[in-house]
Design a protein around this ligand. Structure first.
Ligand SMILES: Cc1cc2nc3c(=O)[nH]c(=O)nc-3n(C[C@H](O)[C@H](O)[C@H](O)COP(=O)(O)O)c2cc1C
Length: 174
């Protein structure tokens, strides 16, 4: 195994959620990328971060953006995650978005949404680190999509809930 592969494998032992970050360029074009580098930074002020590869097609759009929206994906949004992880046009085709901060597209059906001002950017090796100041956030009861060891995973909550339902029905019936 190469050093780079070993390093990736080691990083993949840290289970994360999956997010799509969107923005809109000055000429009105929507942009979006799938990331798992999202993390919380500060509670007061409310700051979050994510990082984007310098080789990414979307880098210039996000460097110039005044704001962006971070969507924490729900467990049934694997296909949306894959769509925004491809360096291709037409990522937004067929998705009915609403307009968020400064017109950044807000995707439907997510577990949580953070609308942010593009507050700070730092060089981070082959990535740029973006710090967002959260202006508005929404949370839903949807279970989150997880990413672990290089693949998608689901939280155990649904199974735990089902086991609890079966147990309570069993107790009620006996
Ligand atoms: C689960 C998952 C997590 C990812 N996380 C990141 C990330 O944190 N940063 C990054 O630059 N690319 C990440 N990628 C890869 C980008 O989504 C991919 O390179 C995408 O093509 C970038 O879009 P663009 O080429 O249109 O800019 C991730 C992909 C997947 C599937």
């Amino acid at each position: 195994m190469t050093d780079a592969r070993e390093f990736r494998n080691a990083l993949g032992r840290f289970a994360t959620g999956v997010a799509i970050v969107t923005t809109r360029t000055a000429d009105g074009e929507p942009w979006g990328v799938t990331v798992n580098s999202f993390s919380s930074v500060s509670l007061e002020p409310r700051l979050v971060l994510w990082s984007l590869a310098k080789k990414s097609y979307s880098l210039e759009a996000f460097k110039k953006a005044g704001s962006f929206v971070i969507h924490v994906l729900a467990s049934d949004q694997e296909d949306v995650s894959n769509r925004f992880a491809r360096g291709a046009d037409g990522k937004f085709v067929g998705i009915s978005c609403t307009d968020g901060l400064e017109g950044s597209p807000v995707l439907p059906g997510c577990a949580a949404v953070f609308q942010c001002r593009n507050a700070l950017q730092y060089e981070g090796g082959d990535h740029v680190i973006f710090i967002g100041e959260v202006h508005h956030f929404d949370t839903s009861d949807r279970e989150s999509l997880l990413f672990y060891k290089g693949g998608y995973a689901r939280a155990a909550n649904a199974l735990t809930d089902l086991a609890e339902l079966i147990r309570s029905e069993y107790v009620a019936a006996t």
